[in-house]
Design a protein around this ligand. Structure first.
Ligand code: MSP
Length: 530
C-alpha cells in the first residue's frame, strides 16, 4: 500500500477574517490533493487555524470578546470560506482543541526530559503581528534599509518580514539552543537541493544558514506577558510560544506522540505549502525541532513549497491601507451572477502567476482572465460543441473518432510534469492550450459547411465526436482546479461514471451515440455593473 500523500497548509491566524492570500495557499493545496485523488492515490489534506498568542489575545480584547469565543467565530469564517471555495480537506485542526493541546504538552515535556531545553533569560526584538523574535542585528539591518525610516526616528529596528516596528523584550523561559543542530541542518540542506522550492527560496535558506543563527529558539514565554497559550506542564508560569504550538500541528494531527501506527502511515509530510514570509519558521526552526525530538533524516518533511505574495495593484495588502481583498466580495460583487464564481476565482489565482512569484490582484486582471480563458475559450467550446451536436445529430454524440486530431490524449503528460513541480499555472496553460486548439479545429473543420454536404456526413460525425472527446479529456484534467465546472462539462457530455486521470490518456472513450445531458451556459455573460 503506498504511503498516503500528506499535504499541509499553514494554520491561519484568527485575528481577522480570511483574505485572498490565505485562500491562495489553500486552493493550491486543494488542487494538488484533488489531483492525487483523481489518480486514485491516497491523500490527506490538512488545514486549520492558529489560535493562540499575543496578537489574537489583543484582537479578541479589541472585539470585546473572550479569546475562545472570538477564535471560535473567526475559525468558523475560515472553515465556511473553504466550503464556498470547494476546498476538500481531510482534517481541520484548531490549535485550541484538546487533542492538540495535550499532544503539545507531551512534546515539550519530552524535549525537557531529553535535556534539549535550557532555562535562561532571552533578549531580542519581537514582532507581534508576525509573533516572531529577531536578533538585534536583523532588526537593525532591516530598519536601516532605505524607505524604512520614514516617519520613525532614523533607522529604528523593524521586523525584516513585515517592516513594522518591533519591541525589545527581555524574558525568562525555556529555550532550545540552535547551535548544536546547525551543522546537521546545513548538511541536510546541502544533500537535498529540491527540499525547498522554488530554487530562490532554497538559496535564501542556504544563505540564512551561513549567517550566525540566533542562539536559541524560544519554546515557552512567560504568562506574565502572554496568558493566551498552552500551559507548560513543567513550568506553571509559562505558556508554549505560539509558533512552537502551531508548527507542531503537522505532527500532532499525524498521531505524534500518542498513535505511532497512524504516524507511520502519514508522516513525513510530502509537502508543506507556505508563503515565502514563513520560510524561516518552516525550513529552519521546524526541522531543528524535529531533529531535537530525535526524528531521523528520513522523517523530515519531504518538500516545502513557498509561494509568492499577492499585492493589490502595486501595493502590499494591509489593514492600514484598507485594501484587503475579501474572497467573498470578489465572488459576490465582481463575479456576481456567475454560477461557477468559486471556480473562476480559483482559476484566476492559480493561472495568473507561476507559483512562487508575486502577483498583483486587480479587478481588471481578474475580469480579463475570466473573459479570455474561461468565457470566450472554454465556455464557448463547450457551448458550441453541445449546440452543434444538438443541431446536427439530435443531441447524441457520434461514435468515437478513430484518430485524435487534437493530440488531446497527450496533454496529460504535460499536466503530470507540471504537477510534479506544483506548477499550477503551467498545468492549466497546457489544458487551455488544448481548448484553444479545439476552438481552432472548429473553425477549420467548419461543421456548418459539412452539414450542407450529404457526402460529408461521416466526416461531420468524426469532427463532432473528436470535439466531445477532447472536452471529456479537458474536463478530467481540469477537475483538480475547477471542480464544479469540470463536473458540469462531464454531465453535459452525458457522462455519469467517476472521472479518472488515467482516462485522460486514452482517446475515444465516449460510448457511441451517448445522449448529451442538459447543457446550460457555464459562464453567463457578466451583467453590466451599475
Ligand atoms: N499562523 C502562521 C502560520 C503558522 S503555520 C504552522 C501565519 N499565519 S498567517 O495567517 O499570517 O499567514 C498564513 C499564510 O498566508 C502564510 O503562508 C502567508 O504567506 C499567507 N499570506 C498572507 N498574506 C499573503 C498575501 N498577500 N499573498 C499570499 N499569501 C499571503 O503566518
Amino acid at each position: 500500500m503506498p504511503k498516503t500523500t500528506y499535504l499541509t497548509t499553514p494554520l491561519y491566524y484568527v485575528n481577522a477574517a480570511p483574505h485572498i492570500g490565505h485562500s491562495y495557499t489553500t486552493i493550491a493545496a486543494d488542487a494538488l490533493a484533488r489531483y492525487h485523488r483523481l489518480r486514485g492515490e491516497p491523500v490527506f489534506l490538512l488545514t486549520g487555524t492558529d489560535e493562540h498568542g499575543q496578537k489574537i489575545a489583543q484582537a479578541a480584547a479589541k472585539a470585546g470578546k473572550e479569546p475562545q469565543a472570538f477564535t471560535d467565530e473567526v475559525s468558523e469564517r475560515f472553515r465556511s470560506l473553504w466550503g464556498r471555495l470547494s476546498i476538500r480537506f481531510d482534517d481541520y485542526i484548531r490549535t485550541t482543541q484538546p487533542r492538540h493541546v495535550q499532544a503539545v504538552q507531551q512534546i515539550v515535556q519530552r524535549l525537557k526530559d531529553t535535556n534539549q531545553l535550557t532555562h535562561s533569560a532571552y533578549e531580542g526584538w519581537y514582532c507581534t503581528p508576525d509573533e516572531t523574535f529577531w536578533t538585534e542585528a536583523e532588526a537593525k539591518k532591516a530598519g536601516a534599509r532605505p524607505g524604512n525610516s520614514e516617519g520613525r526616528a532614523g533607522g529604528d529596528p523593524v521586523c525584516p518580514t513585515c517592516q513594522r516596528p518591533v519591541e525589545f523584550v527581555r524574558e525568562e523561559g525555556w529555550h532550545l539552543p540552535l547551535e548544536p543542530h546547525r551543522a546537521w541542518l546545513r548538511g541536510y540542506v546541502a544533500a537535498h537541493p529540491d527540499w525547498i522550492q522554488p530554487a530562490a527560496r532554497y538559496n535564501e535558506l542556504k544563505s540564512l544558514l551561513e549567517q550566525p543563527l540566533p542562539e536559541s529558539l524560544s519554546i515557552t514565554r512567560p504568562k506574565s506577558r502572554i496568558s493566551w497559550g498552552i500551559p507548560v506542564p513543567f513550568a506553571p508560569d509559562q505558556v508554549v510560544y505560539v509558533w512552537i504550538d502551531a508548527l507542531l500541528n503537522y505532527i500532532t494531527v499525524a498521531g505524534y506522540p500518542g498513535d505511532p501506527k497512524r504516524f507511520a502511515g502519514l508522516w513525513p509530510a510530502d509537502i508543506h505549502f507556505i508563503g515565502k514570509d514563513i520560510l524561516r519558521h518552516h525550513a529552519l526552526y521546524w526541522p531543528i525541532m524535529l531533529h531535537a525530538l530525535g526524528l531521523p533524516d528520513d522523517q523530515m518533511p519531504r518538500r516545502i513549497i513557498a509561494h509568492g505574495h499577492w499585492k493589490v495593484g502595486e501595493q502590499k495588502m494591509s489593514k492600514s491601507l484598507g485594501n484587503i481583498i475579501d474572497p467573498h466580495v470578489v465572488m459576490d460583487q465582481l463575479l456576481k451572477g456567475q454560477p461557477n464564481g468559486a471556480d473562476i476565482y480559483r482559476y484566476f489565482l492559480l493561472r495568473e502567476i507561476p507559483f512562487g512569484q508575486d502577483g498583483s490582484f486587480s479587478e481588471d486582471a481578474l475580469m480579463k482572465r475570466f473573459a479570455a480563458d474561461l468565457a470566450n475559450d472554454l465556455g464557448n467550446l463547450v457551448n458550441r460543441t453541445c449546440s452543434m451536436i444538438d443541431r446536427y445529430r439530435g443531441g447524441k454524440i457520434p461514435a468515437p473518432a478513430a484518430s485524435d486530431p487534437l493530440n488531446a490524449a497527450a496533454v496529460h503528460r504535460e499536466v503530470e510534469a507540471a504537477m510534479a513541480g506544483a506548477e499550477f499555472s503551467a498545468a492549466l496553460g497546457a489544458i487551455m492550450g488544448l481548448v484553444t486548439k479545439a476552438n481552432q479545429f472548429v473553425e477549420t473543420a467548419a461543421p456548418w459547411k459539412l452539414d450542407k454536404q450529404p457526402e460529408a456526413a461521416a466526416q461531420l460525425d468524426q469532427v463532432l465526436a473528436a470535439l466531445a472527446d477532447a472536452l471529456r479529456i479537458a474536463a478530467i484534467l481540469l477537475a483538480p482546479f475547477l471542480p464544479s465546472v469540470a463536473g458540469e462539462i462531464w454531465r453535459q457530455l452525458g457522462c455519469t461514471g467517476e472521472m479518472r486521470f488515467a482516462d485522460a490518456a486514452r482517446w475515444g472513450l465516449l460510448p457511441a451515440w451517448q445522449a448529451l445531458g442538459p447543457h446550460p451556459i457555464l459562464f453567463p455573460r457578466a451583467e453590466a455593473k451599475g
